[in-house]
Design a protein around this ligand. Structure first.
Ligand code: CTP
Ligand code: MG
Length: 230
């Protein structure tokens, strides 16, 4: 199967609150985005990588020439879904499946990529990594009173990378755009369009860098991890 990775790196990282987008901040001495690109470069089953970058570029953007698989660098959109659409418009023609990943998850390991690729069989159109919720889940009102106790059984939290058959992903995106749906999770588009999405086990260390504390956490994980580990 011919697989292209799409790395979404066109966000501005408001919640981290740094001057430059979080995906370009240094982690273990290297720009965050390069950790994801290195993981895809190392995966033999991936043929190419398309990267969505902030429109207008900027001084913060690291050079990506060392990554031979990065074929296209495209200007992202104003939303994650918009950036995805731009990237999908630049897939190599031979692409049969797409691995969509957030550059804000720098700690992905080869195990997840391999599990996703192995699980995409004729029982499903997409595969995502996810982890069962372990904390108690409550619905809380705007003035912070507990409104409702939710049942966490069967509730999973979802990560990237996510693997999809190209045709299913393109069709789902077209339908989402047509119906004015905007989602921060690609698999939601697929399930919304009636496609089957399977879950494989995620990795607690593959968390999304969302706030400043996550940057610190990622640094600690990388410092403790053997070279090339994860
Ligand atoms: N993303 C993107 N294009 C956008 C918005 C987000 O490519 N217009 C990417 C981000 O770069 C990130 C991923 O989608 O890798 C997940 O988004 P998120 O964690 O929300 O990142 P930001 O939108 O940059 O952060 P924030 O919401 O705090 O501004
Ligand atoms: Mg965002």
């Amino acid at each position: 199967m011919n697989v292209t990775a799409v790395v979404l790196a066109a966000g501005s990282g408001q919640r981290v609150g740094s001057d430059i987008p979080k995906q370009f901040l240094p982690l273990a001495g290297r720009p965050m985005i390069t950790l994801s690109l290195a993981a895809f470069e190392a995966c033999k089953q991936l043929q190419a990588v398309v990267v969505a970058l902030p429109p207008g570029g900027g001084a913060a953007e690291p050079p990506l020439e060392e990554f031979a698989k990065v074929g296209a660098r495209v200007a992202g959109g104003s939303s994650r879904q918009g950036s995805l659409a731009q990237a999908l418009a630049h897939l190599p023609e031979s692409t049969e499946a797409v691995l969509v990943h957030d550059a804000a998850r720098p700690l992905l390991g080869q195990r997840i990529i391999e599990d996703l690729l192995a699980a995409l069989d004729d029982t499903c159109d997409g595969v995502i990594p996810a982890i069962p919720i372990e904390d108690t889940i409550k619905k809380v009102s705007e003035d912070r009173l507990v409104e409702q106790e939710l049942d966490r059984r069967g509730v999973w939290r979802v990560q990237t990378p996510q693997l999809f058959r190209r045709a299913a992903l393109e069709d789902s995106l077209a339908k989402a755009i047509q119906s004015g749906m905007e989602s921060t999770d690609c698999s939601q588009m697929l399930t919304g369009a009636g496609y089957r999405v399977r879950v494989v086990e995620g990795d607690p260390l593959n968390f999304k860098v969302t706030r400043a504390v996550d940057l610190w956490l990622a640094e600690q994980v990388l410092a403790a991890r053997p070279e090339g580990g994860g």
